[in-house]
Write a new protein. Structure first.
Length: 237
């Protein structure tokens, strides 16, 4: 099935080799955390090379006293938005890539077991709609919201059915960001397509690889198992 043009699948050989290691049932929790971080770092380099621009910020002097022109990234007002729990495993990798500290906001979404539909249980986006009074005009018209960031970098290692990704992207769109870059280690064909099509002009989806399908429980096949459980040693809960 052809994927939308705003879906980017990494062809980096190191990423693909690390993903092969991540798939193994014998990979330990410590190794899992390291692999997710390393894969996220490679994805971040690829996504930021495409989605960020260089801009002049002023001048400074080297230790030899020579003046030089300083540079930064554009947009500078970006934020990292991990989806709880497993998105936390990607935060450090992306934070380390950026030249300056950026805000980190969190979205808590879980899939209801029977319907596999997302349920929001936590949202600390500043000025998000739920904090507005019912009588406020902004609460009635999402286009009047003012986001604290122009670009949101959405982090979730897995795009399975795509329902969680779709809900998170819609939340960020209503918050008022101009663009979302979503980074995921692995996705299913239908899930990645669903995430990419929820806001075609405003979303870029970057994934390490795409597997064909999900099973009846909403798990990607062959996949990597429940990555949240593997990251946080919660297997068997």
């Amino acid at each position: 099935m052809p994927l939308p043009s705003n879906v980017h699948i990494s062809s980096h050989p190191c990423l693909q080799a690390k993903l092969s290691q991540l798939r193994s049932q014998s990979t330990s929790p410590r190794e899992t955390r390291d692999l997710v971080k390393e894969i996220a770092s490679i994805l971040g380099v690829e996504a930021f090379a495409n989605g960020l621009k260089l801009t002049k910020t002023g001048t400074d002097r080297t230790p030899l006293g020579v003046e030089y022109e300083t540079q930064g990234i554009d947009p500078a007002d970006l934020a990292l938005v991990p989806i709880l729990r497993s998105g936390l495993g990607m935060v450090d990798a992306l934070n380390d890539l950026l030249p300056t500290a950026v805000p980190i906001y969190h979205l808590g979404l879980f899939r209801e077991k029977l319907t596999l539909q997302p349920v929001e249980y936590y949202n600390n986006l500043p000025f998000h709609r739920s904090e507005l009074s019912p009588a406020s005009p902004a609460s009635l018209d999402p286009t009047t919201n003012t986001a604290a960031s122009t670009l949101a970098v959405l982090l979730d290692p897995i795009i399975a059915t795509g329902a969680t990704a779709e809900a998170a992207i819609q939340l960020l769109r209503e918050w008022g960001v101009k663009k979302v870059i979503m980074l995921s280690v692995l996705g299913s064909e239908d899930g990645v397509k669903r995430a990419a099509e929820v806001w075609k002009d405003g979303v870029e989806v970057w994934v390490g690889a795409v597997d064909e399908k999900c099973n009846e429980k909403g798990m990607i096949v062959p996949g990597v198992g429940d990555i949240g459980d593997r990251l946080f040693v919660a297997i068997g809960k």
